[in-house]
Write a protein that binds this ligand. Structure first.
Ligand code: IVH
Length: 641
């Protein structure tokens, strides 16, 4: 291949990978072609303007140069309630004489970027700035692999979109970063407005486009047409829905599960679709009257860190719990947040008395993202050296502190028993923290294995345990011996091993003995098992072979039987939305019991998508990929036939 062909080929492969999320070659094949191009470029001393080798960044820039936009970039009017949205729509109806068709898009929470293309080449990338003048960030923009360096369209055009950092990219970056990024918005703004372009490249940014700001003589009759144009010129876009019924649009907004997305959004954008209608409506001096941002409630705020309490978990790990000055967030009063571990405190530079960023998503306990402002008199969070529960000397392992008093530390023994009895483990009903504490305090139950030796007489000594409850408990304990291997591995409370990993391990090793004998190398060879998880597993079996022996002597030694010949054998399912007769887990178990495989996201490899009520982005993706989609009734038929 000559240089032009190689550049085209590589750009095409990157488009498939980064925009369509549908790669057609392995990374290795891509790298080989890329190396070939590098060699050609070095030999010839020429680099084509749209060569992918321009995406890595060169010498740091000296300063940012102002860039004047061809046409002013408008911002959006916003509202916070559906009633305000309805009122806006009523106004449109009055002005236009009928209900206009509107588009619905995500309001991406990143940094606005504006790209100019001439003769099909990206000639400038800039920030929004004050709407008229921004900063030239062309080199930074070029590092974004989903941004096309050249496009088929040859006229002069300016496209507007949002530079974003995906949550997965942020988490990956933070896993090894010296200074963690606080949130996706800061992360992307800091990356694009960074003079060291190599640093920008490290953040693996992405960009989604939603507007054509200038297109010379070329006219678009609607937003949908603009989006189609953007798509056909290889930009990533995100239009969700089109309707002229405001109630339908509101229902769509309500169905959005922002926590299920891999990028941050702070609302939804509703735009009048037709360009003619837009002309009738016009602009104020700040924003178009034909568009409205519906803002979600903030999930992030700042508050003062008052103190830190250390909690001991089931593996003996100490978790710092931040005690906060109460603050309203997402309609709830937040008083506590997690700080993960001691290393996290040091990394984030958090001190008592400082103001911190907190974030709340879904129902999980809020997290401290970093320091907003260090106040006078703030003091360091001291590293405990004794267990706050049992007083035992602590040990330090990487970023974590552990209490090694495995059986003698009440907090960890109780936490372990509670976890052991949950549905995701041995499914022994009725063991709350309170019950586990009583079992520990009254009967000295410090290890889950001891549950199997309890008699009715023992249990009768505990407050609240009457004949019926005792009987139910003993039956549940007995039945739990039939546990399957994934649940059993989960029940062992191995540090860093949750139910998903437990399942992978069960499938791979087939028995506890197999797992216990595994080396770090064998473990890390399994997809999604990294060094840390592998080390935790090896460490667990080195220290607790007695526990495993005891379970065996109780007759608990399940093997993983790979089911074959089930009628859903090998079929890959994705569950989305709410089903009325099944829980997600229940439906997944049924599919697996018939030999099917349950995936977490829709991909080219998915066979069937089961869509319940209010299914969102996964359903969209399934439609886009032309996947078979079935509803709950069809799903039931499939299971029963
Ligand atoms: S349209 C003329 N669409 O939100 C209309 N903006 O708060 C121009 N934003 O400055 C904007 N997602 O940076 C539009 N789907 C979307 C958007 C979006 C995010 C940003 C944009 C704008 C800001 C206003």
């Amino acid at each position: 291949m000559n240089m032009r062909e190689l550049v085209n080929k590589l750009n095409d492969l990157a488009y498939r990978y980064y925009v369509l999320d549908d790669p057609i070659v392995s990374d290795k094949e891509y790298d080989a072609l890329y190396d070939e191009l590098l060699k050609l470029e070095a030999e010839s001393g020429t680099v084509l303007p749209d060569s992918p080798t321009k995406r890595v960044g060169g010498e740091p820039l000296k300063q940012f140069v102002p860039h004047t936009h061809i046409r002013r970039l408008y911002s959006l009017d916003k509202c916070n309630s559906f009633d305000e949205l309805r009122a806006w729509f009523e106004k449109l109806k009055t002005a236009l004489g009928s209900a206009p068709e509107c588009t619905l898009e995500y309001k991406l929470d990143g940094l606005t970027v504006c790209l100019t293309y001439r003769d099909g080449q990206l000639v400038c990338g800039s920030t929004r700035g004050n709407g008229e003048v921004g900063e030239n960030v062309t080199e930074q923009i070029k590092t974004i692999r989903s941004v096309p360096l050249s496009i088929p369209y040859k006229g002069e055009i300016e496209v507007q979109g949002e530079g974003i950092m995906r949550i997965s990219a942020l988490n990956k970056y933070n896993a090894t970063a010296a200074v963690p990024l606080k949130n996706p918005r800061n992360a992307v703004a800091g990356a694009i407005r960074n003079l060291d372009v190599k640093e920008t490249a490290k953040r693996n940014l992405d960009a989604v486009f939603y507007n054509i700001n200038f297109s010379g003589d070329k006219v678009f009759t609607s937003q949908t047409e603009q989006i189609e144009f953007l798509k056909s010129n290889r930009f990533k876009t995100d239009m969700c829905f089109v309707s002229n019924d405001i109630e339908e649009i509101i229902a769509q907004i309500q169905a959005v599960d922002r926590n299920a997305l891999d990028f941050a959004i702070d609302g939804m954008v509703i735009k009048v679709n037709s360009s003619n209608a837009r002309t009738v409506l016009g602009y104020t001096d700040k924003f178009p009257k034909w568009a409205m941002a519906f803002k979600f409630e903030a999930e992030e705020t700042t508050t003062t860190l008052c103190d830190v309490a250390w909690q001991v978990g089931r593996t003996g790990k100490l978790t710092p719990l931040a005690l906060l000055e109460p603050v309203e967030l997402c309609g709830a009063t937040v008083k506590r947040a997690t700080l993960n571990n001691y290393g996290d405190i040091v990394r984030k530079g958090v001190t008592i008395g400082s103001r911190v960023f907190i974030r709340r998503s879904n129902d999980v306990i809020p997290e401290i993202l970093g320091v907003a402002e260090t106040r006078d008199g703030a003091r360091e969070i001291s590293k405990p050296n004794k267990c706050p529960c049992c007083g035992h000397e602590l040990i330090e392992d990487g970023a974590n502190l552990f209490c090694p008093n495995f059986y003698g530390c009440r907090a960890q023994a109780v936490a372990r028993i509670v976890q052991f009895c949950t549905k995701d483990c041995m499914d022994i009903d009725g063991v709350s923290i309170k019950t586990a504490e009583l079992l520990y305090d009254v009967l000295g139950v410090h290890s889950p294995t001891m549950l199997y030796d309890l008699t009715a007489d023992d249990l009768a000594k505990i407050d609240g345990f009457k004949a019926k409850k005792i009987n139910n408990f003993l039956t549940a304990v007995r039945n739990s011996k039939n546990v399957d291997l994934p649940h059993f591995i989960n029940a062992l409370c191995i540090d860093n091993v949750g139910k998903v990993t437990a399942k992978d391990l069960a499938e791979h090793f087939g028995s506890v003995d197999g797992l216990a004998a595994a080396t770090v190398e064998e473990l890390t060879a399994i997809q999604d098992v990294g060094e840390i998880v592998a080390a935790s597993i090896v460490d667990y079996f080195a220290r607790h072979s007695d526990v495993v022996q005891k379970f065996k002597s109780l007759g608990i030694n399940p093997e993983y039987v790979k089911r074959t010949g089930g009628k859903l054998e090998g079929l890959k399912f994705v569950l989305t939305g709410a089903l009325s007769e099944f829980t997600r887990d229940g439906a997944a178990r049924l599919i697996e019991s018939l030999g099917g495989i349950v995936q977490s996201s829709v991909s080219k490899l998915t066979d069937i998508v089961v869509a319940g009520e209010n299914a969102g982005s996964k359903l969209e993706k399934a439609r886009a990929l032309g996947k078979k989609i079935i509803d709950e009734i069809e799903f039931k038929n499939l299971l029963n036939t």
